[in-house]
Structure formats: structure tokens, C-alpha cells
Design a protein around this ligand. Structure first.
Ligand SMILES: Nc1ncnc2c1ncn2[C@@H]1O[C@H](COP(=O)(O)OP(=O)(O)O)[C@@H](O)[C@H]1O
Ligand SMILES: Cc1ncc(COP(=O)(O)O)c(N)n1
Length: 527
């Protein structure tokens, strides 16, 4: 999903990004949203205005469209002087304006090929088209005939980002009512016009809000997302498309740009309640991450990137006989009890290390989260182990810790001993995240007569889901402000814990770990 080789900013690393869009005087959508998004994502923003709207967070009351020839003059003036790394196209109010933009794009292409693109000559910028037809308020923003004219624009752009009604209009079909239908329409559009399409889940019903990059053969990358419960969705499409244009110019890869843009937009939606703008669908908080000290989105600080980076380990965990048998309920009791006994030893020390994260936490809210997790680990999970292993309250199983249990705990304790809260939090996270992930799949096989039903239910419970969501949030917050060396140590600690999780699931009873030891066992050195 890389773009044309070499497209992107030169020495400064700051891409020049042009928005060709309408003005929203209330600042939440259109060029105002675009310029904020471009700046928030690390680009230098420019804007050629296609139309003036009179609108606020409740709706659009008027549209004034200057002559298309004047738009062409703006575009030519900017392009004659400024290297363009990416272009985002938004509201184009009528067919003449759409044609003017099409003609300018063709001119850019012709110039690039005349200059010998790829041989060190001028390269055309990456082009993102958000085919705006209707505002969030339901008001029309483009005239009749626009759909056919926009279709002719599609082959001239790299990525189109229609919402579900726009996607349906461009395909000439009814609006998709489910995600599978949306993906199929996106595939059809991509195949029909030779353009990459971003299918967006914003208009779906339900609590999921996925987006997917779709090519002529189907989905190239799907990024899941939970719907943020807010009315402040004015300008989300404008903001996302500008963020994508900017982040593509920075990374040279649509998939990487999407992962970063979606995480950034999510933060902007979550923080939108901090703004007090209007009484309808308010704007997102474009600068929430910047103002909290996180800076512009960095790939190495994105937990989505970390998660994708352990795809190999996740796949190996899924492939383990232990996990398959646990799901099916065919796992031998001896194997399950061996695992449980090791897990009980593990959790005793894991609880202590969670308490150390609480002690190192930078503020009260984080301190409280890790302390509550330590409590949860000691109480609810231990209760389950005690019941299943028939242990007296507070007793540990009479087995010695396996080499894997000891190795994993040593790793966690080393992270605690480093004194770095971000590194420790990153090391603790896989025990939440991987269990939630595996738990969701295990739960699919759960049934009342499943021999390990209580176990399966625990890791797919809403409480564990919420705890995991919060743990991810705390580690992401720590990553956002971490300096490069600490960030690298965080990511290493995260991967290392994930690797230990794989080994932990893969251990089977061996003679050494079966030896009974008198009294409560110590889980690991130093605990
Ligand atoms: N409530 C929400 N929570 C999380 N993401 C959202 C929400 N609403 C929209 N989005 C995201 O905002 C972007 C724009 O989506 P959409 O609303 O479908 O487009 P448009 O703004 O063009 O109508 C997409 O990435 C979508 O997933
Ligand atoms: C000038 C202008 N351009 C675009 C939109 C669409 O906004 P949204 O991103 O909410 O679909 C808008 N309301 N106003």
C-alpha cells in the first residue's frame, strides 16, 4: 500500500498539504477543519477555497460559489510556487467546479510525466478526494449532476473517502445497511474507477465504527474502532481525509497513515466535550493530543503499531494446541491444572508488580488504575484459581515455578526495577490485551457444560474488557510523551512480555515443575 516512491517532504520532513474545499465559518468542517487537522498531524497547511457556506453546528443556511475560473487561478498560483506533497479535495459545490479541479489535476499529471517522474523529476502530489455531498446536518453541499462529475474525478485521485451515503450514490446503489455491504460497494467503486477507497463506518448503527482500505480485489486493511459516544461529529470526514493526506505524505504508506489518522481522530472525538462550540453537532478537538503534550502522531508511539508488530506472536498463540483444546473443552484436566497452578504463582507476583506500577504512576488517576488492577488480580482471579485448585484461602499451589513462569516474572520485575513507569506499564500490558483478545475468541466456544466455562467467561467479561481498554489508554498516554529512547524500551518490554505470554500458554507439565515443595511456594526470585 505504499504510494509512489519518493512522494513526500524533502529535507524538512514537514509536508506541504493543500486543501481544496469549502469554508465553514463555525470552524468544525471544511477548510477550517482541514487546516487544523493538517497542522495537528505535522504538515504545513494551505487552502484554496471552492465555496463559502453560511453554517454552524446545527446546519447550513447558504452557499456562495465563486466562479470556477477563480478557483483555477488560486490553484495555479499556489502550484507555481509551492512544492505540493499532498492534496485533499473536499466540498465541490457544482459541476463546473468539479471540472475545474479535474482539469487542474490532469495538468499536474501531465507536468509530472513531462518532467520524468521517478528520475528525480517533479512528482505529482498524493491526492485524497472526500466526495462531500451532504453535511452531517443533512443539508446538501453539492448540486445536481455532481455525482456523475465526481465519478469522472475518481481515476485522477489516489484515495477516495466517501461516507456510506456518498459511497452508495457513487455506486448508484441503495445505502449499505451493514459493514459487509459497505465493503462490497467500496470494492466495486475501486474496481470500476481504479482508485483506492476508504470505506468508513461512521454512519453504521451500533457500537463499532470500523474503517477499511479497499482495493479492486477487496479489503487491504481494516482498522476496527469503537464508536465514541458523542454528538460532536461535525467535520469528522473532513478531518480524517486531511489527516490521511498529511500522514501519507509523512509515511509514504496508506495503511500506516490510516492507523495513525484513526487513532488521532479517536482522541479528537473523545476530547470534543472539552470544547464549548454551538448547540448542535459540535466539532472534534483537533489539538487534544498536541495540547496534552503528545505532539503530532508518531508511528513508534502508536499502540496500534505495537499491536500490529506482534501479529506473528498472536498468530502463534492462536495456533497452539493448548488454546484450541481450551476452546473446544478437550484440554486434559492435568494440563489445565498445571497451567492454573503456574498461573496462580504468576499472578501473585504480577499483582505485586501492578502495585509497583501504581507506586511509580505519574498522577492520581493512573495510580488508582494500577492499584485497582492489583486488587482485582489478587481477589477475583485468585478466587477462581483457589476454587479450581481447591486451595485454602491465601495458599499457593505446591509446585515450583516453571522456567517459563520464572522467566516471565523476572522480566516484569526487571521492568519494575528500571524505575521507569512507562516501561513497566508497557511490560504489564500484554497480560491484559492478549487475554482479552484470546478471551473473545475462546468465549465464542463457551457453553454451560463447557468444563472450563467460568474461566472462559472471566476473560471475555465486560469488566475485563473495560480494564483492558483503560490499561491500553494509560500505556498510550505514557507512550505519547515518552522520549525516543524510553519509547524504544517500552516497545521492547511490550514485545518481550508478549513473547513470554506465548511461552506461558505453551508449557506442559514436566517432572521438574511437579515436585511438591513444603508450604506456600514463592513465585519467583525476589517476590
Ligand atoms: N462516533 C464516532 N466514534 C468514533 N469514530 C467515528 C464516530 N463517528 C465517525 N467516526 C469516524 O470518523 C470518520 C468519518 O466517518 P463518517 O462519519 O463515516 O464520515 P463523514 O463525516 O464523511 O460523514 C471515520 O473514520 C469514522 O470511523
Ligand atoms: C464546507 C463544508 N465542507 C464539508 C462539510 C461536511 O462535513 P462532514 O465532515 O461532517 O461530513 C461541511 N459541513 N462543510
Amino acid at each position: 500500500m505504499s504510494g509512489r516512491p519518493g512522494t513526500g517532504p524533502e529535507a524538512s520532513g514537514i509536508p506541504n498539504v493543500l486543501s481544496i474545499a469549502g469554508s465553514d465559518p463555525s470552524g468544525g468542517a471544511g477548510i477550517q477543519a482541514d487546516l487544523k487537522s493538517i497542522a495537528a498531524c505535522g504538515g504545513y497547511g494551505m487552502a484554496a477555497i471552492t465555496a463559502l457556506t453560511a453554517q454552524n453546528t446545527r446546519g447550513v443556511t447558504g452557499v456562495h460559489t465563486p466562479p470556477a475560473a477563480f478557483l483555477t487561478e488560486q490553484l495555479e498560483s499556489v502550484a507555481a510556487d509551492v512544492r505540493l506533497d499532498a492534496v485533499k479535495i473536499g466540498m465541490l459545490a457544482n459541476v463546473e467546479v468539479i471540472r475545474a479541479v479535474g482539469a487542474w489535476l490532469e495538468g499536474l499529471r501531465a507536468q509530472a510525466s513531462a518532467a520524468g517522474c521517478g528520475d528525480g523529476g517533479a512528482r505529482p502530489p498524493a491526492i485524497v478526494l472526500d466526495p462531500v455531498l451532504v453535511a452531517t446536518s443533512g443539508d446538501r453541499l453539492s448540486g445536481s449532476g455532481s455525482v456523475a462529475a465526481l465519478r469522472r474525478l475518481l481515476p485522477l485521485v489516489d484515495l477516495a473517502t466517501p461516507n456510506l451515503p456518498e459511497l452508495a450514490a457513487l455506486c448508484g446503489r441503495p445505502v449499505a445497511t451493514d459493514w459487509a455491504g459497505a465493503l462490497e460497494q467500496a470494492r466495486e467503486l475501486s474496481a470500476g474507477y481504479g482508485v483506492l477507497v476508504l470505506a468508513k463506518g461512521g454512519h453504521l448503527a451500533g457500537k463499532e465504527c470500523p474503517d477499511a482500505l479497499v482495493g479492486p480485489e477487496g479489503v487491504l486493511l481494516e482498522v476496527p474502532g469503537e464508536r465514541v459516544d458523542t454528538p460532536n461529529t461535525h467535520g469528522t470526514g473532513c478531518s480524517l481525509s486531511s489527516a490521511l493526506a498529511t500522514l501519507f505524505a509523512r509515511t509514504g504508506d496508506w495503511a500506516r497513515a490510516l492507523v495513525l489518522a484513526k487513532a488521532w481522530l479517536r482522541g479528537a472525538l473523545e476530547a470534543s466535550g472539552q470544547l464549548e462550540v454551538g448547540g448542535g453537532h459540535g466539532p472534534v478537538h483537533h489539538f487534544a493530543a498536541l495540547w496534552s503534550g503528545a505532539g503530532v502522531p508518531r508511528e513508534e508511539a502508536s499502540l496500534d503499531t505495537w499491536w500490529n508488530g506482534i501479529a506473528d506472536l498472536r498468530e502463534s498463540i492462536d495456533g497452539l494446541g493448548f488454546i484450541r483444546q481450551l476452546r473446544e473443552g478437550t484440554l486434559a484436566r492435568a494440563d489445565f491444572e498445571h497451567y492454573l497452578a503456574q498461573d496462580a504463582l504468576y499472578l501473585q507476583t504480577y499483582g505485586r508488580v501492578l502495585s509497583q506500577a501504581s507506586a511509580l504512576a505519574p498522577d492520581l488517576a493512573a495510580q488508582r488504575f494500577w492499584a485497582q488492577s492489583a486488587h482485582g488480580c489478587m481477589v477475583s482471579e485468585r478466587t477462581l484459581h483457589q476454587g479450581r485448585l481447591e486451595l485454602a484461602d491465601g495458599a499457593l499451589p505446591a509446585v515450583v515455578p516453571s522456567a517459563t513462569t520464572t522467566g516471565y516474572l523476572n522480566h516484569l520485575q526487571a521492568a519494575a526495577a528500571s524505575g521507569s513507569y512507562p516501561v513497566l506499564a508497557a511490560a504489564l500490558l500484554p497480560c491484559f490485551w492478549l487475554y482479552r483478545d484470546i478471551g473473545a475468541r475462546l468465549a465464542a466456544g463457551n457453553r454451560p457444560d463447557h468444563p472450563y466455562a467460568d474461566w472462559l467467561a472471566m476473560y471475555s467479561s465486560p469488566e475485563f474488557d473495560e480494564a483492558t481498554r483503560q490499561a491500553i489508554g494509560w500505556v498510550q498516554a505514557a507512550a505519547n510523551t515518552a522520549r525516543p529512547a524510553e519509547l524504544a524500551a517500552m516497545r521492547t518490554a511490550f514485545r518481550e512480555s508478549s513473547r513470554w505470554e506465548l511461552e506461558f500458554f505453551d508449557q506442559r507439565p514436566e517432572a521438574a515443575t511437579r515436585a511438591a515443595v513444603p508450604g506456600p511456594a514463592t513465585a519467583a526470585r525476589g517476590s
